[in-house]
Design a protein around this ligand. Structure first.
Ligand SMILES: NC(=O)C1=CN([C@@H]2O[C@H](COP(=O)(O)OP(=O)(O)OC[C@H]3O[C@@H](n4cnc5c(N)ncnc54)[C@H](O)[C@@H]3O)[C@@H](O)[C@H]2O)C=CC1
Ligand SMILES: O=C(O)[C@H]1O[C@H](OP(=O)(O)OP(=O)(O)OC[C@H]2O[C@@H](n3ccc(=O)[nH]c3=O)[C@H](O)[C@@H]2O)[C@H](O)[C@@H](O)[C@@H]1O
Length: 478
């Protein structure tokens, strides 16, 4: 039997949306463990170390308090990757695993170059035995590749590779980490593998009840993560598919969600119809799953899951088209105010946000877009739009816009009322709570008439807005 090691020193490579909050909570709940989070991005590390907690690189409710409690005590952020690797008994890898944008598997497979670099660095630096934990979301059997790289060095160090995917959602990361539905840990079946699993179980047991910690074999753990995201995204695409039918038939998608969600076999969560799901992971992980299925010659299974993405693209396109159709078939020269740019509320993350794609479609028709989001900075909005111009999927038609064209047509505001002033239409792209309590009478008074509201999140009251005089379009309400 391998002996369970008491972990006193953890390193995490990658100080992003997963590495930062996850390690902050481990440090908070395990004051006896030194946790060092490292990243190549010096600015990101400086922001994590900033005395002003408002400058943390990630906005998450409750995160600043956790960082304030642990930082400098047993939580450290550093760019000295080698030193942190050398000192740690357990190393979490939380680097990004985006969709490949080049070569074999382009547009589908996960790009594992950052993971591979980490493995090579760990192999080069390590002088004693270490447990490596895959926190990033990875294709099934990546642990095997990691192990091959790690053991191909001359250091004669023993590495155990565990898979412990993260299930936190942005906007609720701290709550999800404090009270996870489950923690998943996959490892080898042999004695050393089981001992490594127990070492990580012991870390989580400081605050997570043992019955919520699921242990499996490595491959099951890796594939569980892709499957969980595919199922969650599939629910959103399924309800969004029904929203289109609701609009044709006069049914109300929110009423349908309530009615079907009351069935305990279906459950109420993840049935909120929207302008389309975004975020860095749903699309990337499903594409990765589709790629794996194709690789293993399962074309029917690949096509089944690919449909979830196609439905999501359709939903974003349907929303943009609705705006153009309603504004008398052109938005050229018209001012459209966007409320929200983040991919969901309570985060400053904009990766794959539906707002980017809807904006692009309106810009193709030469709309003027005025954006307000309580947490997203102007530079991020421009970076998102510029990135899309060079990374169009086949599904997204349209010509690439130049940086100057984007700068001329897009304005980012820090005040929502200025964004909406003299607008022809308002499009709600993110479900920020503050949108519900705006002075809509005042907004109406300052807009051009007829004044349109396209609510991509069903957050404002259609009845109240119509009483004021707005023309309102909601998702899935006939
Ligand atoms: N964002 C989310 O809510 C969730 C993400 N995941 C998964 O976690 C992984 C990380 O995602 P995020 O934290 O969102 O990514 P991120 O992009 O926010 O952070 C990754 C960080 O890793 C750093 N990095 C890359 N290579 C490095 C290297 N060789 N050495 C040191 N630092 C390096 C980057 O500079 C970046 O700061 C992905 O696989 C993702 O699929 C899983 C669950 C939730
Ligand atoms: O692997 C990941 O990155 C994470 O992906 C999602 O988390 P996240 O993308 O942060 O946020 P979600 O709450 O899942 O929302 C994703 C998108 O779906 C949309 N959504 C969600 C739920 C819903 O009912 N309707 C809906 O349109 C959201 O607005 C958002 O654009 C999963 O929920 C996490 O469990 C997982 O760890």
């Amino acid at each position: 039997m391998g002996e369970t090691r008491i972990i006193k020193n953890i390193c995490c490579i990658g100080a992003g949306y997963v590495g930062g909050p996850t390690m902050a909570v481990i440090a908070q709940k395990c004051p006896h463990i030194k946790v060092t989070v490292v990243d190549l991005n010096a600015q990101r590390i400086a922001d994590w170390n900033d005395a002003d907690l408002d400058k943390l690189p990630i906005y998450e409710p409750g995160l600043a308090d956790v960082v304030a409690e642990a930082r400098g005590r047993n939580l450290f952020f550093s760019t000295d990757v080698d030193k942190a690797i050398d000192e740690a008994q357990m190393i979490f890898i939380s680097v990004n695993t985006p969709t490949k944008t080049y070569g074999v598997g382009k547009g589908m497979a996960a790009d594992l170059k950052y993971i591979e670099l980490c493995a090579r660095q760990i192999a080069r630096v390590s002088k004693d035995d270490k447990i490596i934990v895959e926190k990033s979301t990875l294709p099934v059997r990546t642990a095997e590749a990691l192990r091959t790289i790690l053991t191909s060095t001359g250091n004669h160090v023993n590495f155990q590779v565990l898979s412990s995917p993260e299930f936190l959602a942005e906007g609720t990361a701290v709550t999800d980490l404090h009270k996870p539905d489950r923690v998943l840990i996959g490892g080898d079946a042999d004695a050393e593998g089981q001992a490594a699993i127990e070492a990580l179980v012991a870390v989580y047991e400081n605050w997570v009840p043992r019955e919520r910690i699921i242990t499996t074999r490595v491959w099951s753990s890796e594939l569980s993560k892709l499957t969980a995201n595919a199922f969650l995204a599939q629910r959103v695409s399924s309800i969004n598919a029904i929203s289109a039918l609701c609009e044709k038939t006069g049914a109300d998608v929110d009423e349908i969600s309530r009615a079907i969600g009351a069935d305990s076999r279906i459950g109420a969560k993840f049935l909120k119809s929207s302008v389309g799901f975004g975020g860095s992971c749903f699309q990337k992980d499903i594409l990765n799953l589709v790629y794996l299925c194709q690789h293993f010659n399962l074309p029917e299974v690949a096509a089944y899951w690919e449909q979830v993405i196609k439905m999501n693209d359709y939903q974003k396109h349907r929303f943009a088209k609705k705006i153009i159709d309603s504004l008398f078939n052109t938005v050229s020269g018209k001012k459209i105010a966007f409320l929200g740019w983040a991919f969901k509320k309570d985060t400053n993350d904009t990766r794959e946000s539906a707002a980017i794609y809807v904006a692009d479609e309106l810009l193709q028709d030469r709309a003027e877009i005025h954006i307000y989001d309580p947490k997203v900075r102007a530079e991020q909005v421009f970076a998102d739009l510029e990135y899309l111009q060079t990374h169009r999927k086949d599904a997204i038609h349209g010509v690439s816009l130049t940086t100057d064209e984007i700068k001329n047509l897009v304005k980012v505001h820090v005040n929502p009322y200025t964004a909406m002033r003299s607008a022809h239409a308002i499009a709600i792209l993110t479900e920020w709570d503050e949108f519900k309590i705006y002075d809509w009478q005042k907004v109406y008074g300052q807009m051009l008439k007829p004044a349109f509201v396209f609510d991509g999140r069903n957050v404002v009251s259609k009845t109240e807005l119509e009483e004021i005089g707005f023309h309102v379009y909601n998702i899935g309400k006939g």
